[in-house]
Design a protein around this ligand. Sequence first.
Ligand code: OSB
Ligand code: MG
Length: 395
Amino acid sequence: MRGRRAPACYDADTRPATRGPPPIPLVRIERLELRLVRLPLVRFFETSFGRVHDRTFIVVTAHGDGEAGYGECVADAAPYYSGETTETAWHVIERFIAPRVLGVAFAHPREVYPALRAIRGHQMAKAAVEMAAWDLYARQQGVPLAAALGGTRSAIAAGVSIGIQDSLDELVERIRIELAAGYRRIKIKIKPGWDVAAVETVRAAVGSIPLMVDANAAYRLEDAAHLAELDHFDLMMIEQPLDYDDLTDHARLQRHLSTPICLDESIHSVKAAADALELGACRIINIKPGRVGGHAESIRLHDLCAARGVPVWHGGMLESGIGRAHNLHLSSLPNFSLPGDVAASRRYYAPDLVEPPIEVRPDGTIPVPDGCGIGVTIVAERLARATERQLDLRV
Ligand code: OSB
Ligand code: MG
């Protein structure tokens, strides 16, 4: 299986012949399949809110018109990164999202998110279903998802996110491994007690590599003077230093720092991003479709930032190959101008749920799959083995 590629989507003879005017495209989901899936991580991942050894997530399959589209819900088992969990997402999809999408004829997947307007929050639950609808739509159209989303590049620049380690030696060792694999920028997680000295050690060991830090909301405005010490290390940015729902204190902190602030957790909607930019709370934005409600909202966020000259990059949530493939396609839009946290499958799961696995090339780029939809094949038997619970929802 390894290395096998899905057929390119644009092969003329695999596209259905059409006669007369093209039919009005419809995405109509006849059945939604939810699976609660658990996969062990290849290596633990530690952030300021704790260490994880595995991930429990929901795989959504949207069936319609003889095709299937896939989405991955990035909510975690615990409500630490955001208020959502796998169980809240399951509940909200089953009770509130499914009834609003099943059997509805959408002219385009961008109509899915607005149809969920009555449901407040629950962006990750919404995104999982919305993204499955995009995959379904792209497969029905016979195009790669990137083409449906408006992507313009065939490969993306990859970076890695390196968790908190047991020692600084271990941290430097992990960074050397990732640099040798070709990754174009390194992000390290920080928290009080693992910050300035960690960055100093890394700079001393590996020199002027593109380097950034992510605090996952571990600091308070009172830490401004301490965080300003990071200004001496020429970091590309500091990601989400303050609280998950804060904008005002980030604006105050940004005035205190020369290092650009990048917001992650705080940007839960396009409006939050507009407010953050208006306030001067950040100079860079991390886009995760799960955080804003899916691909359509991510595109709006991407376009807003492009119009304001604000660079964006694609974040990661330790996704399996399903979410990872979605991220690759979205990352092909033009304003994703900085390397993201979209890295190779093998850093996370062995084996991944998909074939071929997503791999980084020696130049630090990852090609965007060119098959239809997300362009990777979900290995049914691996998905079945990892499934702990399953629910079928029908029209
Ligand atoms: O803050 O970007 C984050 C993982 C889980 C939750 C939040 C974050 C992360 C990462 C890892 O940084 C990114 C990845 O490698 O997928
Ligand atoms: Mg982050």
